[in-house]
Design a protein around this ligand. Structure first.
Ligand SMILES: Cc1ncc(COP(=O)(O)O)c(C=O)c1O
Length: 415
């Protein structure tokens, strides 16, 4: 075994069971080191929106790496790709005039958003607004702030005390949000964090009317509405952002993943102009926050090239067509005795849920199914609640979609 300590892994199981070493990718396919080809059912971790093998992104990064890989953006320092990326993301943002704070990934973006929210209220002379509200099933990354906001209980457990003043509400109930705010007092609430479509928690689309209602509740309470679009952003839900699709006008929006399609690590926090304003005011002073790689020049160059591809190929619109095609293709799997339900139809985001009785009698079924999928040429993973993640690149074609569904179906039958 190598010295490599895997992320989100039981290292004993990895050491005894072996690794799968992914070697290269092209379009929606990846190959392991033995040359076995797989349909990448998950676009890696929901991020490779444009698919693999995009030379123009690699070349844009290469050009920038040769010229200037990165440089600090602390204080008044800057670099051209970072400036251009902020402009570009700002122009796509759901709220006009937004400001863009660049990070190295989704967890950075969440950490930034929690601090931004609390500091915003301090700057406005309301330091008592510190409470952060999160939802069941939520995944907001694995920095300490995101871990504290975890709605996936197992992700928060076992690390001792985390960030305080965090309250969790039901994922699907505006009434539950209203009640928590009323109980605490609106004047205590800093922000409500909301994935427009819950991803890692199991792929749960918002119930009809949920998003506009919770948005309105936050507005009434004066609490910031933070849309966590680390998964849903950059095309995956049929528009540049889910917030645009559902006209949410978020106060703060966190994103990452699809911004570069994973060609290099990058994330961003988009702040509506009214949120940025107090930070940019003459009396605000320095905000002591930022990362070594905030505005990393080569990552920003890769992001710009990735957004060129997305724009030229109309991938957000393509995703809107694909959400229907994917749902139709996966629907027959729901009839399989091992499957409880197939959740799909909102964005290129689906989950094949293992039946509850099957799970109860054999909790290892999802892991065995993932293994069987590999045997059938499909690379996917099991989400915590026992569902297969299906979120391919936005370029998947009907033949590849057929390959994907046949592979999963074969894997189910083999169990
Ligand atoms: C909704 C959401 N927020 C935040 C994150 C954290 O992003 P990262 O893993 O890039 O730190 C993720 C990662 O999957 C996510 O799905």
């Amino acid at each position: 075994m190598s010295t490599f300590w895997h992320a989100f892994a039981d290292m004993h199981a990895v050491e005894t069971g072996g690794e799968l070493v992914v070697d290269r990718g092209e379009g929606v396919h990846v190959w392991d080191e033995d040359g076995t080809r797989y349909v990448d059912a998950t676009a890696a971790l929901w991020y490779c929106n444009v698919g693999y093998g995009r030379e123009e992104i690699a070349e844009a990064a290469h050009r920038q790496l040769s010229k200037l890989p990165a440089y600090s953006t602390f204080g008044n320092l800057s670099n051209r790709p970072a400036i251009e990326l902020a402009e570009r993301v700002g122009s796509l943002a759901p709220v006009e005039g937004s400001k863009v704070f660049l990070t190295s990934g989704g967890s950075d973006s969440i950490d930034t958003a929690t601090k931004m929210a609390r500091r915003y209220w301090q700057l406005l002379g309301k330091p008592e607004r510190t409470m952060l509200i999160t939802r069941e099933h939520a995944y907001h990354g694995m920095h300490v702030a995101g871990t504290s906001l975890a709605g996936i209980t197992a992700n928060a457990a076992g690390h001792g005390p985390l960030v305080g003043d965090v309250v969790k509400v039901a994922w699907d109930s505006p009434a539950a949000l209203r009640e928590v705010i009323e109980r605490a007092g609106a004047e205590r609430v800093a922000a409500f964090f909301c994935e427009p479509v819950i991803g890692a928690g199991g792929v749960f689309a918002p119930p009809e009317g949920y998003l506009p209602e919770v948005r309105a509740i936050c507005r009434e309470a004066g609490a910031l509405f933070v849309a966590d679009e680390v998964i849903t952003g950059f095309g995956r839900t049929g528009d540049w952002f889910a917030s645009s699709r559902w006209q949410l006008e978020p106060d703060v929006l966190t994103c990452a993943k699809g911004i570069t399609s994973g060609y290099l690590p990058m994330g961003a926090v988009i702040a509506a102009p009214w949120v940025a304003e107090p930070f940019w005011g003459a009396d605000a002073g320095m905000w002591r926050h930022g990362y070594t790689y905030s505005g990393h020049a080569a990552a920003a160059a890769a992001a710009l090239a990735n957004l060129d591809v997305m724009e030229r190929e109309g991938l957000p619109k393509r995703a809107l067509e694909l959400e229907r095609d994917l749902a139709e293709a996966l629907a027959p799997l729901a009839d399989h005795p091992l499957v409880g339900e197939v959740r799909s139809g909102t964005g290129v985001l689906s989950a094949v849920q293992v039946d509850a009785d099957v799970l109860a009698s054999d909790p290892a079924t999802p892991a065995r199914l993932v293994g069987a999928c590999r045997q059938h040429g499909i690379l996917t993973r099991a989400l915590g609640i026992g569902a297969l993640q299906i979120s391919p690149a936005l370029v998947i074609d009907p033949i590849e979609l057929g390959e994907l569904v046949r592979g999963i179906s074969g894997a189910l039958d083999s169990l």
